[in-house]
Design a binder for this molecule. Structure first.
Ligand code: FPP
Length: 237
């Protein structure tokens, strides 16, 4: 969800105003995603590197996350959205950690969309943590599926179909590095607060034109593998 700061600067506003507009953009995208058959949406809200930002901006961002997670829970339940937060929790404040736990429990039954918010997230750190987990059986090597399960908790989130990067940036920035092995990449100049359902539709149209062969030749690829993306990701730097 990159470009909040530039959006604010273009309007001679402070950065928090860009993040506030980013929250509104997120709500619209969450509403639109299931209409396109997307069942998992992961948004990169705060990277482990974002702790380098000024303290005041970090605390504004944490305030936005806490208030979204707290005040949107009822709406998420009504829309059948299951909320999960990925990333480290030990560096977050106790208030937001408790709000996350409450929202995750309250929305656990949602089946329309799995909304995953990455906060204090680093893909490399997550991969390292999974690699360092003690193995039940040390006499044999892990399979890809077993490692995915360690890393992601469940296999429904282990393969991302489409990455959308806003604001003209063209990097992966330590986001879901294992999960994006076969992801299609969509880059747009649109700043996140301006990114709306029409941009989502455009990204999905772009995705639909891609020839996904997974290393095979076209005749071998089933219609199922070429279908609409199920797992979508949007992330900041
Ligand atoms: C990157 O843009 C954006 C972030 C680090 C924060 C993203 C947060 C939101 C969209 C707020 C809402 C999120 C939730 C989960 C409620 P930037 O600030 O780096 O923008 P810039 O590159 O233009 O400076």
């Amino acid at each position: 969800m990159d470009g909040n700061g530039r959006w604010a600067a273009q309007r001679a506003k402070q950065r928090w105003a860009g993040h506030a507009a980013g929250v509104e953009a997120l709500k619209l995208v969450v509403e639109a995603a299931p209409l396109h058959g997307i069942d998992t949406l992961t948004v990169f809200a705060f990277s482990a590197d974002n702790w380098r930002r000024p303290k005041a901006e970090i605390s504004q961002l944490m305030g936005f996350f806490a208030s979204f997670i707290g005040s949107e829970t009822a709406q998420l339940i009504e829309c059948g959205v299951r909320l999960s937060v990925i990333g480290r929790r030990d560096r977050l404040g106790p208030g937001i950690v408790a709000a996350i736990a409450r929202a995750e429990a309250a929305t656990a039954g949602g089946t329309t969309l799995h909304l995953r918010i990455a906060i204090d997230y680093s893909a490399r750190a997550a991969i390292l943590q999974a690699a360092n987990m003690p193995a039940a059986d040390v006499s044999r090597e892990l399979t890809i599926e077993e490692f995915s399960l360690r890393l992601c908790g469940d296999l429904t989130t282990s393969d991302v179909d489409l990455i959308i990067r806003t604001s003209g940036e063209q990097r992966l920035s330590d986001f879901l590095l294992w999960e994006v092995a076969y992801a299609e990449l969509h880059f747009t100049e649109r700043l996140w607060p301006d990114f709306g359902p029409q941009d989502l539709a455009l990204a999905l149209h772009d995705y639909a034109t891609r020839d996904r062969r997974f290393g095979a030749i076209p005749e071998q690829v089933s219609a199922v593998e070429c279908a609409e993306p199920k797992s979508l990701s949007a992330h900041p730097r």
